[in-house]
Design a binder for this molecule. Structure first.
Ligand SMILES: *[C@@H]1O[C@H](CO)[C@@H](O)[C@H](O)[C@H]1NC(C)=O
Ligand SMILES: *[C@@H]1O[C@H](CO)[C@@H](O)[C@H](O)[C@H]1NC(C)=O
Ligand SMILES: *[C@@H]1O[C@H](CO)[C@@H](O)[C@H](O)[C@H]1NC(C)=O
Length: 482
């Protein structure tokens, strides 16, 4: 029952019986998400419900948080009452040493990297409380982390929904289970994809008995957030875990800024499975998804992911991954979008609200610029040099922007709706114009081939196996080895 999420909009809910209960549930949801508390399912509430989040119900969060705040102001007197409350809500573990096991993980993430990230996610909590965790390689464990696809016998309301929406959910003590949607694009580097470290840390919080927090900066806030320079745990997370388990038994609480966890040890240069065919490695990007892609005058492809890029020659062979910094000094890891302009022969990169322009390897004077100040979208999904308009095009959600490269200003009458690009999905990872004259769009493992004459998508498919020029020609044979 703790797992029941807001599934009652798709199907009859087991626990919501009357309109009054429904309004109460909507009010609870609005409260935890900082919307005006009306109890009415209005457009902004429905929108908020569609954002990527944890699938655990918020229903008890208000009470748990109210108790926590009351305890801060009333000190020990509230202790006994608080204990009673927690017994009724999430519950807690009655031991301090807990084992955990990573039952499975996405095949495109190296095991070692996943282990390090999960270890750090547990450490976040043990570093600020009296808890101690250790990884059990096999056999029973108190807390188990498992990746599931779709319906996995937690009830239909808890079936995973593919990319976006519910990312994961977990059970309160002492069931000890955290479930992750295996159809999300999980990542352990800055850049595109859902950060597994941060989602695991949140779900571990639930397995320890923590409810959702209404504090926006809290790790236990129900909504997905990115790592930043702030501490991963907020004061409210620390208060919540210490309420249940007390302070660290020796020393004081240790906290590190989020960006420390942006990269878990670089993955090996080849595919994690270590597949090697006829003396050739299959590039890692072939088995995963990338941050950005572009192509230069010599038809060389550039594929960007995390802190690296690959160069794929016209004949379709890829280099080893190269650190971004070796070619474009000063460029940060995990860029949002990149394009090479046919008009001026320069590289353009976008990340957050900033943009970089390089002539060769030289960053031009005045860059990086705060491009969002001239109304370019923050965190664009993809960038493209579009010959027909002789301008850069930035894609962001349901809109696209035509941008003059000289001034980096949005042209008049833009942004416009993505509907102009008939058949192109929202939130692509990258786009390029190939020398065959078609524009290709990429999202996760899919591509869309856009005909510039007909102004519509004419073919879609999987780029790694179906586009030989993507440099993954060994990918077919290596997949059969897995
Ligand atoms: C936990 O604290 C130790 C030092 O006591 C530190 O090395 C480690 O990085 C910390 N882990 C996290 C996740 O903050
Ligand atoms: C492409 O492969 C050929 C033969 O395997 C090799 O000689 C050449 O250097 C490769 N080119 C690149 C760009 O890696
Ligand atoms: C991979 O296999 C598919 C069908 O199994 C085939 O259509 C495609 O051409 C192959 N790709 C490469 C790059 O060999």
């Amino acid at each position: 029952i703790f797992l029941e999420k807001y599934g009652y909009f798709e199907e009859p809910a087991p626990r919501i019986h009357s309109p009054a209960q429904f309004r109460a549930a909507v009010r609870e949801f609005q409260w935890v998400t900082h919307l005006p508390v009306s109890g009415v399912l209005d457009a902004s509430t429905v929108h908020q419900m569609s954002l990527p989040r944890c699938g655990v119900n918020d229903a008890e969060s208000h009470t748990a948080w109210a108790e926590r705040v009351r305890a801060v102001f009333s000190g020990r007197r509230a202790e006994a009452r608080r204990r009673r409350r927690y017994a009724q809500q999430g519950g807690k573990w009655y031991k301090r040493h807990l084992s955990y096991r990573i039952v499975n993980w996405p095949w495109y993430l190296p095991q070692h990297q996943v282990q390090l990230a999960v270890k750090a996610a547990f450490e976040l909590w043990s570093n600020v409380s009296s808890l101690v965790f250790w990884e059990a390689q096999d056999g029973p464990a108190d807390i188990r982390l498992t990746f599931f696809h779709g319906d996995h016998n937690d009830g239909l309301g808890n079936a995973f929904d593919g990319p976006g929406g519910a990312l994961a959910h977990a059970f309160f003590p002492r069931r000890g289970e955290a479930h992750f949607d295996s159809d999300e694009r999980w990542s352990l580097q800055s850049g595109k994809g859902r950060n597994l470290f941060i989602v695991a840390a949140h779900e571990i919080g639930h397995t320890l008995g923590l409810e959702h927090s209404p504090v926006k900066s809290a790790l236990m806030s129900p909504y997905y957030k990115k790592l930043s320079k702030d501490f991963v745990l907020s004061w409210d997370d620390i208060l919540a875990v210490q309420n249940l388990y007390g302070k660290p038994s020796k020393g004081s609480a240790v906290q590190l800024p989020g960006k420390v966890f942006a990269h878990f040890q670089d993955w090996s240069h080849t595919f994690p499975g270590g597949t090697q065919q006829q003396g050739r490695h299959v590039s890692y990007y072939c088995h995963s998804f990338f941050d950005a892609i572009t192509v230069d005058a010599d038809h060389n492809l550039y594929i960007f992911k995390g802190n690296h890029y690959w160069l794929v020659s016209k004949r379709g062979n890829a280099t080893e991954p190269q650190p971004l910094q070796t070619r474009w000094a000063g460029l940060p890891a995990g860029i949002d979008a990149a394009t090479w302009s046919e008009a001026d022969g320069k590289f353009y990169f976008f990340k957050g609200g900033r943009c970089w322009r390089y002539k060769g390897s030289t960053l031009e004077a005045g860059f990086p610029q705060k491009c969002s100040a001239s109304n370019l979208p923050r965190h664009p999904n993809a960038a493209l040099y579009f010959q027909q308009l002789h301008h850069l095009v930035l894609f962001k959600g349901p809109k696209y922007y035509v941008v003059s490269e000289e001034t980096l200003q949005v042209e008049p009458y833009y942004p416009r709706s993505l509907r102009d690009w008939n058949g192109v999905p929202a939130e692509v990872n990258g786009a390029l114009t190939h020398h065959d004259g078609f524009v290709y769009f990429f999202q996760d493992d899919q591509y869309w081939k856009f005909d510039q004459g007909k102004l519509q998508v004419v073919v879609t498919g999987k780029w790694a196996t179906q586009l030989p020029w993507m440099g993954c020609w060994d990918v077919n044979s290596s997949r059969t080895l897995l």
